[in-house]
Design a protein around this ligand. Structure first.
Ligand SMILES: [Zn+2]
Ligand SMILES: [Zn+2]
Length: 362
């Protein structure tokens, strides 16, 4: 049997000696080392996995670390705002992917308490023009990592203030005032505010956030196709007030709002947008939960399997899942009974019919 390299898909000859069956295979030591920060989570490591590996995994996936201890150890908790957190992530991406510092080294720096100094000396070795924009940010904000420095007392950054003013708040509000007002808002208004905060800073939700489902980013084929959807929302924000967007969101009428702001054509270019927005934030088809689960497990979608998600959902509720999926990938026969749907719905094949719905809170 020919094994393929886990990192580059070339024929592989080296087998990970730490793995139980099935083992991971590699073409070279270079690929094995490159893949290790991700593989350590699937392998059989003898020691507990330290937070530097959680950090490296987050970097490979271009996401904030999900593990709370990692978030604490590497400054994400201290950074506090999405803007600072995204810059901090950018700094670590530079350190791990471009300067190629290994997780075990970063772990050692942290234990020695020399993180900030070591990061500086790593970046200072590069020519100034190659240091990127996150390093200058870091020089101004070393308190994020250096625990001896005090964080700014009033962490109202531009991101938050931008969203706050967009939602009708005063430019002079303090952080405490903002938090108190926001805490009094209904849940869906808070969700909408968080979403606008991201978009106003040219960010968009990531799969672990409820907004990823509720604002239909789950329907995008991959991370790259999430950008046009984010841009569409940015145009909507430029054309509508926060209250309009919030009212439309909580009454499942965002599609109508796009249309009435002259964005009908653009909105229709995003496949299945209406499938989610027509019932969000109250219900959505279970196929979107399935997608979220797969994305969070695997980090990225395999683009070669380009299924139509709504058709996949219809196949599931119509009892044709094995046949439908079998049309894309080779399936073992024993999967057939697992993919059988014991709860067939009578009108399950109609695309507008009452599909299996899940409450978002569920
Ligand atoms: Zn390889
Ligand atoms: Zn292994």
């Amino acid at each position: 049997m020919v094994h393929l390299c886990q990192a580059c898909d070339e024929p592989a000859t080296r087998r990970c000696s730490g793995c139980k069956i099935p083992a991971a295979w590699y073409c070279s030591e270079k690929c094995q080392r490159h893949r290790w920060p991700l593989h350590i989570f699937e392998c059989n490591p003898t020691k507990p996995i330290n937070t530097a590996y959680h950090l490296a995994r987050a970097v490979y996936q271009d996401r904030f670390p999900e593990d709370p201890q990692t978030s604490l150890d590497y400054g994400f908790k201290r950074a506090f705002t999405v803007e600072n957190q995204s810059k901090l992530l950018g700094l670590y991406i530079g350190l791990i992917l471009y300067i190629k510092v290994e997780p075990k080294t970063i772990h050692r720096w942290r234990l020695k308490g020399t993180m900030a100094e070591e990061i500086k000396s790593a970046f200072e070795k590069l020519p100034q023009s190659n240091r990127g924009s996150y390093y200058p940010w870091f020089l101004q904000n070393q308190w994020v990592i250096n625990l001896e420095l005090t964080p700014p007392t009033n962490p109202v950054d531009e991101t938050l203030l931008r969203a706050w003013q967009y939602a009708g708040g005063l430019p002079t509000s303090t952080r405490e005032e903002m938090d108190a007002v926001k805490a009094s808002w209904p849940k869906h208004k808070q969700e909408c505010f968080f979403f606008c905060t991201l978009l106003l800073s040219s960010w968009h939700p990531s799969p672990e956030q409820a907004a990823w489902l509720n604002f239909s980013f789950c329907t995008c084929r991959d991370e790259y196709s999430e950008t046009p959807l984010a841009q569409l929302y940015q145009r909507l924000i430029a054309l509508s007030s926060f209250d309009k967007i919030y009212m439309a969101y909580k009454s499942s009428e965002l599609i109508a709002l796009f249309d009435c702001k002259g964005l009908k054509h653009d909105q229709e270019q995003i496949h299945h947008l209406d499938d989610v927005l027509a019932r969000s934030p109250y219900m959505h088809k279970s196929v979107w939960d399935l997608k979220q689960h797969v994305v969070l497990e695997d980090g990225c979608m395999i683009p070669s399997i380009a299924v139509n998600y709504v058709k996949l959902h219809e196949a599931a509720i119509g009892g044709r899942l094995f046949e439908y999926v079998g049309g894309f990938v080779k399936l073992k026969k024993k999967l057939k009974h697992l993919m059988k749907n014991p709860y067939l719905l009578p009108q399950a094949t109609s695309s507008s019919g009452p599909a299996i719905m899940l409450h978002c809170e569920a």
